[in-house]
Design a protein around this ligand. Structure first.
Ligand code: 3PG
Length: 330
C-alpha cells in the first residue's frame, strides 16, 4: 500500500523557493562569479559552492530556540535517506541485524549507482550507523558526487579522539570535506536469536506468519531482539536530537542506515500509523529525497526508478545548485 502511495506521488518541479542559507549561497556565488570575471580562478566559484552552508566544519552550534528554527520557512534543506547496498548476508538471505557484515559485490555496485543518482544534490553532512555496510554505502556513493568533497569519518571514541585526532589545520581542506558522524543509534534493529539464521529456513520452521510478524509488525519483537517500536525509540530519538537541528539550520544531510532503522524514521517523517508501516519495504541502495521546510518533511520523487531524473523532482534551488555544478565541472 505504501509503495503504491509513493508510486502515485505528483512530481512537482515548480515550487519551493530556497531561502535562508541558500540566499547566502547565491550571494556567495554572485561574488564568486564577479571574481571570475576579474580574471581570478574558478577556485572562487568552488569556494562559493563549498560555503553553501556556512560554518560547516567543525560542526557549528545550531540555534537553541527549536521553535524559531522549526517555524522558519525561509530555511529549506535536503535530506537523503539511503539503506545500505546488498550485504554478504543479504545475499545469503540470513538475518543480519547488528552483526557487522560488509557489502557484497552487488552491494558495492548499488552504492555507486546510488551515488550517481544523488550526484547533483547538495550534501553538507553525513550520518551513518556504526556498521560497515552503511558506512561503505555512504563512502562509495560520495565517490560519484560531482562536487568531489572528501567524506571524513569523525572519531568518536573519546573526547580526546573527537577534538584532537580529527583536527584539520587547513580551512580550504575543511571546506572541501564532509563530516561523517557515525552513531550506533542508527544501527539495524537487533534481531536477537534470529541473527545468522536463514530467513527461508526460519519461516519453514516457525511458520510464514510468525516470521512475518517478527519481521514486519510494529511492536512484536523477534526472540530476544528489538521490535520496530524499540528500534524506533533510539533511531528516531537520535534523528530528532542530532539530524533535525542540522536541517533546521539549513544544512543538507545524508543518512545512510538500515531497513528497520530507516522504516522507523520514515514512519516519523511521514506520520505513518503502526499499521501503515507494516507495508513499508525499503530496497537496498535506493536513495530517497526529502525537502525539509518549516518543520515539515516533503518527499520528492519516487522510491524506484533507474535514472536520477526519474527519481527526483528538483526544487528551484536544487536546480540552481545543479546549474552551478554544471558550470564548474562541465
Ligand atoms: O537485518 C536484516 O536481516 C535485514 O537487513 C533486514 O531484514 P528484514 O527485511 O527481515 O527486516
Amino acid at each position: 500500500m505504501f509503495l503504491k502511495t509513493i508510486g502515485t506521488i505528483q512530481l512537482n518541479s515548480s515550487g519551493n523557493e530556497w531561502g535562508g542559507c541558500n540566499k547566502y549561497s547565491n550571494y556567495s556565488l554572485q561574488l564568486a562569479k564577479r571574481s571570475c570575471m576579474y580574471g581570478q580562478s574558478k577556485l572562487h566559484l568552488l569556494h562559493a559552492l563549498s560555503s553553501h552552508s556556512p560554518g560547516l566544519y567543525p560542526l557549528s552550534p545550531v540555534s537553541q530556540n527549536t521553535d524559531d528554527c522549526k517555524n522558519n520557512t525561509s530555511v529549506e534543506s535536503a535530506l537523503i535517506l539511503i539503506r545500505h547496498g546488498e550485504s554478504l548476508w543479504n545475499e545469503k538471505n540470513l538475518f543480519t541485524g547488528c552483526v557487522n557484515v560488509p557489502l557484497s559485490k552487488k552491494g558495492v555496485e548499488e552504492a555507486v549507482e546510488a551515488g550517481k543518482r544523488i550526484s547533483n544534490i547538495p550534501v553538507d553532512m553525513i550520518y551513518t550507523s556504526s556498521l560497515i555496510r552503511a558506512q561503505m554505502t555512504a563512502m562509495l556513493a560520495m565517490t560519484e558526487h560531482r562536487h568531489k568533497k572528501v567524506p571524513i569519518i569523525q572519531h568518536n571514541g573519546s573526547d580526546r579522539a573527537k577534538e584532537y585526532w580529527s583536527q584539520v589545520s587547513s580551512e580550504e581542506t575543511k571546506r572541501q570535506s564532509i563530516p561523517v558522524i557515525t552513531a550506533w543509534e542508527l544501527n539495524e534493529r537487533m534481531y536477537g536469536e534470529l541473527q545468522g539464521l536463514n530467513k527461508q529456513e526460519t519461516a519453514e520452521r516457525y511458520g510464514e506468519e510468525k516470521v512475518h510478524e517478527w519481521r514486519r509488525s510494529y511492536d512484536i519483537p523477534p526472540p530476544n531482539g528489538e521490535s520496530l517500536e524499540m528500534c524506533s525509540q533510539r533511531a528516531v530519538a537520535y534523528f530528532r536530537e542530532h539530524v533535525e537541528p542540522q536541517l533546521q539550520s539549513g544544512k543538507h544531510v545524508m543518512v545512510a542506515s538500515h531497513a528497520n532503522s530507516l522504516r522507523s524514521i520514515i514512519m516519523y517523517l511521514e506520520k505513518l500509523t503502526p499499521h501503515e508501516v507494516t507495508a513499508l519495504e525499503l530496497p537496498t541502495g535506493t536513495p530517497l529525497l526529502y525537502i525539509y521546510k518549516g518543520g515539515e518533511f516533503i518527499r520528492r520523487g519516487r522510491l524506484v526508478g533507474s535514472k536520477e531524473a526519474g527519481v527526483y523532482a528538483y526544487t528551484k534551488s536544487l536546480a540552481l545548485y545543479r546549474e552551478k555544478l554544471d558550470e564548474l565541472f562541465q
